[in-house]
Design a protein around this ligand. Sequence first.
Ligand code: SF4
Length: 206
Amino acid sequence: MCSGWFWSERGFIFCAGPRAWLALPGKGDCFMAIKSYRILNLLPCVSGGKKLRVVAAFDQEIGDLLPYFNAVLERATYDHVRGTLTTCCYGRPVILSSRHVVIGQLTYPGLAEEILEVLKDFLNRVLEQKDKIAPIYEAKIDPIWQQIFISLPRTNCAACGEQTCMAFALKLWSGEQLPEHCSALEQPEMGKIQALLDEINDPLLP
Ligand code: SF4
């Protein structure tokens, strides 16, 4: 099951879903630096099916804040070179960069707005607490992504269309690839990877 947002040992809160979020104490009333977002594109999800992918933008750039998000989110992959932080919200992969937010695996368009509202609240909470958070600038890899990667054949044969198994693992994680596209993947690794993907994608919303 996706574990949602963590503020673990370093932080202040744990949010497993909208109800937990609303129950949090101490939410500031007057400091809401990010006020809005715009949905720029609604596209078919690259993993196929009827799922959707949304590209959106907040009303300000968030690149400088990514190391702070990296510090408070346990389930995240942070690429300090590309300036992206990949995590999940309600079981959907979310990629944050300075100017854009990409949300994948959406089952209906309204879910993007629900997730963007949660993200906006989360980003504002980080802004509020920024002085108390030690930013982490180093790259970080989500442990589930790591487990997916080590379950792949790791021959970098490129038969799946990706240059490396590492790239394929990242796309599996973010819902842009499917395990069956790796022709060298056999059981029990196939089952293990599917179970890991189910863990990411298990929705928190009813
Ligand atoms: S087909 Fe499988 S083994 Fe080959 S590069 Fe892709 S993930 Fe790696």
